[in-house]
Design a binder for this molecule. Structure first.
Ligand code: NAI
Length: 299
């Protein structure tokens, strides 16, 4: 039986979430996505009108099917957390059941269970400000949208993620099924001027949480938890930060592999991490960046 994946953070065909969906679909998984509520209408109508058809083509020539698109706002855990101004906001009032808890309940009602959970979302309202100029509110908003959103998603989805099974094959023990993946950035551990607003802090939290969650979810449910530290990609979110072309040029000039990183390379790594081929990998930060992280100085 094919696996089922829920990918949070897909709102167009340019980002890592879309590429991960494609690689998982190519490997035979059924795809469910969670789309940020304010971006939902344009994403669904673009899908319907065929705007993404060229990007839906899989290696075997067929088109990726997205079985269901769920509205999601990962900064709210339950409906009680939603303030009045958001509830009555036109873009939010048009959808329902988009808090993390409600989305997990809807997926359970619709499909019963999933095998793979992907978190491919981030938001830092003050990302263009240096950390010294970031407000408390901006900093906490970055952590809420980019780090706690993952803790919350995993917590609410955990009961419906099919637990890993120990499989004995050719005398070796594998853990099959049950895998969770997020996306991080090297600004968590090295200084990347321009990645501000507490976003570097948010990625550091996400990476630390990956280790603690790997322990808790591993012991409790045999679920593996990993994060991919990805190189620069010209996504919608990255363009909003404002320095993405510079980062791509820097990588081209300085990384061991001098080629532009394609989103597909990150998607393929996610498919590997979600597969039994990665059965002993958990709590890890996996670099998919043409090796840039290994450099000590620019050349
Ligand atoms: P993207 O724009 O394709 O994805 C970000 C998504 O987050 C968007 O779909 C947006 O609608 C969604 N989102 C924002 N706030 C949300 C909320 N409260 N609830 C639900 N969804 C929300 O951009 P990208 O770059 O592909 O980002 C995906 C992940 O990859 C992020 O974690 C990002 O930090 C990470 N990443 C990106 C790099 C890049 O150069 N683009 C490099 C390394 C990591």
């Amino acid at each position: 039986k094919g696996k089922r994946a829920f990918i949070a953070g897909v709102a167009d065909d340019n980002g890592y979430g879309w590429a991960i969906a494609k690689s998982l679909a190519a490997a035979g998984a059924e795809i469910l996505v969670g789309t940020w509520v304010p971006a939902l209408n344009i994403f669904e109508s673009s899908l319907r009108r065929g705007k993404f058809d060229a990007s839906r083509i899989l290696p075997d020539g067929s088109l990726m099917e997205i079985t269901k698109v769920y509205p999601l706002d990962a900064v709210f855990d339950t409906i009680e957390d939603v303030p009045e101004d958001i509830k009555s906001n036109k873009r939010y009032a048009g959808s329902s059941n988009w808090t993390v808890q409600e989305v997990a309940e809807s997926v359970k009602k619709d499909f019963g269970s999933i095998d793979i959970l992907v978190h491919s979302l981030a938001n830092g309202p003050e990302v263009s400000k240096p950390l010294l100029e970031t407000s408390r509110k901006g900093y906490l908003a970055a952590l809420s949208a980019s780090s706690y959103s993952y803790v919350s998603l995993l917590k609410h989805f955990l009961p419906i993620i099919n637990p890993g099974m120990h499989l004995i094959q050719h005398g070796s023990c594998f853990i099959a099924c049950g895998s969770s993946i997020s996306l991080t950035y090297i600004a968590s551990e090295r200084i990347i001027p321009g990645y501000g607003g507490g976003m570097s802090s948010a990625k550091a939290a996400l990476e630390s949480d990956t280790r603690v969650l790997a322990f808790e979810a591993g012991r409790k449910h045999k679920i593996r938890v990993n994060t991919i530290s990805a190189g620069p990609l010209r996504s919608r979110a990255a363009k909003a930060i404002g320095f993405i072309d510079m980062m791509i040029d820097y990588s081209l000039a300085n990384a061991p592999l001098q080629k532009e990183l394609s989103a597909e390379e990150v998607g393929n790594t996610a498919a590997f991490l979600a597969s039994p081929l990665a059965s002993a990998i958990t709590g890890a930060v996996i670099y998919v960046d043409n090796g840039l992280n290994a450099m000590g100085v620019g050349v």
